[in-house]
Design a protein. Structure first.
Length: 367
C-alpha cells in the first residue's frame, strides 16, 4: 500500500510517499518512493530563531505544491494513495495544525484512512530509510534541538525510556552557544564548522551529569558556563544576555576555541551516556537520530568508541537527519507492517487534533 506522509512540526515542510513491502517471516523495510522538503531557515534567520506564526503560514503555502512534486516524481496519482499520515506532535501547535489539516482534508476527499504519527517515532525509525538499516532490538539516541533521550527499542511501538534531559536539549546548547558567538541561526552547524579551527581543550567546560550513575542529561549548566567564559573574554560585567554584536569583540581564534570546547563537552556526554546505555541493556546496536546526529565529531567519536566494543552504529542519511516527511511516512508504513494499525478497519471519521507536548513513552495512550 502507498502511504502519503506530512511533517510540519516546526520549520520544515516535508511530504513523502512510502510503500509497504510484503514480509515472508523476517521484517521487511518499507520503500521510500519519493519525498520533497522545504526548509524555512532563510526566512527565520532575520529573527535569530523560529517565529511560530510565520512558520505556520509558510507551511500553508508549501504543503500542496510539495505534494504535487512528490506525486509527479513518483509517477503515482493522488487516487492511488491508500492512506495518509501526519505528525500529530510534539511541536509548535500552529505548525502541527497545518499539516494535520491538510492530511485529514486530503484523506476525507479521497475517502481514505488517516494515521497520526509521533514526531519522535519518525526520528527514531528514520535510520530505516538508510542504505544500511538497523535490526531490532537496539538502543536509540534521539538528539535534536528540542529533545535528548536514550531509548531501548525492541520493535515498532515497543519503546522504553532509559534516560532524558532534565532541562535543555543538546541541540539547544549548540544553538544558544552559537548565538553567544555571534553565529547566525541555525547556530549548531555553524558552531561545528567554527570548532574545526579551534582547540577543544582551550576551556574546561563542565560535563553535567557525566558521573551521575544514571542515563539522564543536563545542558543548562553548560550554556551558563559558555556565557560566563565569553563574558570573561570580553572583560565586561554584563548582567543580562549578551548583545548580538558583543561577540565581534572576540578574536576569531577565541571564538573558534570556545566553539571547539563547547562541542567537545556536549559530544563527550552524548557518547559516554550512549555507551552506558548499551552496557546497561547488553545490546550491541546503536541508532542515532535527530538533527544533532549529523554532527561530524559526534559521528566520529561514536564510530570509534563503538568499533572498539564491536557495536554497530546506524544513522539516517545526512539529508534525513532534519525533520522530513519521509520519516513520518516510514513510521506509518512500519506500523502497518507490524500490525499496529489496520487500514482496512481504520475509521474514516476525519476529525483531528494535535499534541504539542507528547512524551514518546506515552505514544499509545489516548490524548
Amino acid at each position: 500500500m502507498l502511504i502519503l506522509g506530512f511533517e510540519s512540526s516546526c520549520d520544515e515542510t516535508g511530504v513523502a510517499l512510502v510503500q509497504t513491502v510484503a514480509s515472508s517471516g523476517r521484517f521487511a523495510v518499507p520503500r521510500l518512493v519519493a519525498h520533497a522538503l522545504h526548509s524555512q531557515i532563510t526566512m527565520h534567520q532575520a529573527y535569530g530563531g523560529v517565529v511560530p506564526e510565520l512558520a505556520s503560514r509558510d507551511h500553508i503555502r508549501r504543503a500542496l505544491p510539495l505534494t504535487d512534486e512528490v506525486l509527479a516524481s513518483s509517477g503515482h496519482t493522488l487516487s492511488e494513495v491508500d492512506a495518509v499520515a501526519y505528525t500529530q506532535g510534539p511541536g509548535l501547535a500552529g505548525a502541527l495544525l497545518v499539516g494535520a489539516g491538510v492530511a485529514v482534508a486530503l484523506a476525507a476527499a479521497l475517502g481514505k484512512p488517516v494515521l497520526a504519527i509521533h514526531h519522535l517515532e519518525g526520528h527514531l525509525l528514520s535510520p530505516f530509510l538508510s542504505a544500511d538499516p538497523p535490526e531490532f532490538p537496539f538502543v536509540a539516541l534521539l538528539v535534536s534541538g528540542g529533545h535528548t533521550q536514550l531509548m531501548r527499542v525492541d520493535g515498532v511501538g515497543r519503546y522504553t525510556l532509559l534516560g532524558e534531559t532534565i532541562d535543555d536539549a543538546a541541540g539547544e546548547a549548540f544553538d544558544k552557544s552559537a548565538k553567544l558567538l555571534g553565529l547566525p541561526y541555525p547556530g549548531g552547524p555553524g558552531l561545528s564548522r567554527l570548532a574545526e579551527q579551534g582547540d577543544s581543550k582551550a576551556f574546561a567546560f563542565p560535563r553535567p551529569l557525566l558521573h551521575s550513575h544514571d542515563l539522564d542529561f543536563s545542558f543548562a549548566g553548560l550554556k551558563t558556563a559558555v556565557l560566563t567564559q565569553v563574558k570573561r573574554l570580553l572583560s565586561a560585567q554584563l548582567s543580562g544576555p549578551l548583545a548580538a554584536h558583543a561577540a565581534e569583540a572576540l578574536s576569531e581564534q577565541q571564538r573558534a576555541d570556545v566553539a571547539a570546547s563547547t562541542q567537545a563537552a556536549i559530544v563527550e556526554v552524548l557518547v559516554k551516556k550512549s555507551l552506558a546505555a548499551l552496557a546497561q541493556t547488553g545490546l550491541k546496536r546503536l541508532v542515532v537520530a535527530g538533527g544533532v546526529g549529523a554532527n561530524k565529531l559526534l559521528r566520529a567519536e561514536l564510530n570509534q568508541a563503538c568499533a572498539k566494543r564491536r557495536i554497530r552504529v546506524h544513522y539516517p542519511e545526512l539529508h534525513l537527519c532534519t525533520d522530513n516527511g519521509a520519516m513520518i511516512a516510514m513510521a506509518a508504513a512500519m506500523r502497518v507492517q507490524a500490525g499496529l494499525w489496520e487500514p482496512a478497519t481504520a475509521t474514516t471519521q476525519h476529525s483531528f487534533g494535535v499534541r504539542p507536548r507528547w512524551p514518546l513513552d506515552a505514544i499509545d495512550r489516548p490524548a
